[in-house]
Structures are given as structure tokens and as C-alpha cells.
Design a protein. Structure first.
Length: 104
């Protein structure tokens, strides 16, 4: 496992180009740790109305969750989710595992 900075983790996530990856982070609303397996760039289910906010202004990355990993309540939910970029703890992409330096 490689330890990287938050900036490098951001670059890794943006460079996945639609490939599956997993990201472990702390939810802002409840403080619980959450793991999502998904990918970026998914257009399925998009209605065309757009979001009411710009995710970049809130330091969020939108990921399509494939619903394979259950949440804390044991429920599996598929769909678009927002991940807070400053609260990422671990990223697995391209066969490599990266731990974020501020959370080691």
C-alpha cells in the first residue's frame, strides 16, 4: 500500500476514466466511514435538469455507486453519490491501494 497526499488521490480518481474503483471516506452528515465501489462519468439515470449546486464548490466528486457494498444499515443502494474529497481515507484503483497521508 502506498501513502499519497490528498492531491495525488484526487488525480488518481480523475484519471480512472470510467473504470471501477473503490473509495473509503468519512460521511459529512453522520461522520460514519463509508466505502463505495463505482466509477465516474456515468450518464445513465441523468434527467438533464442538472444539480442545484456545483459539486466543485463544495469539494465533492460525483461517483456512480454500483450498489455492491452495503452501507451501515446493511442496505445496498445504486446511484449517483457525492464523495467529500477532503475526507477520503483510501483509494483502490488500477490494482493498487493508496492510503491518504492525512489519515494514516
Amino acid at each position: 500500500m502506498l501513502t499519497v497526499s490528498n492531491g495525488v488521490a484526487r488525480s488518481i480518481l480523475k484519471a480512472t476514466n470510467g473504470q471501477l474503483f473503490s473509495v473509503t471516506f468519512t460521511k459529512r452528515t453522520t461522520g460514519e466511514e463509508r466505502k463505495i465501489v463505482g466509477r465516474t462519468g456515468v450518464r445513465k439515470g441523468v434527467t438533464g435538469t442538472g444539480l442545484r449546486y456545483n459539486p466543485a464548490n463544495h469539494d465533492l466528486l460525483t461517483i456512480w455507486d454500483n450498489g455492491k457494498v452495503p452501507n451501515a444499515q446493511g442496505e445496498k443502494s445504486e446511484g449517483h453519490k457525492s464523495v467529500p474529497m477532503n475526507d477520503i481515507k483510501e483509494v483502490r484503483a488500477g490494482g493498487a491501494k493508496f492510503r491518504i497521508a492525512s489519515h494514516s
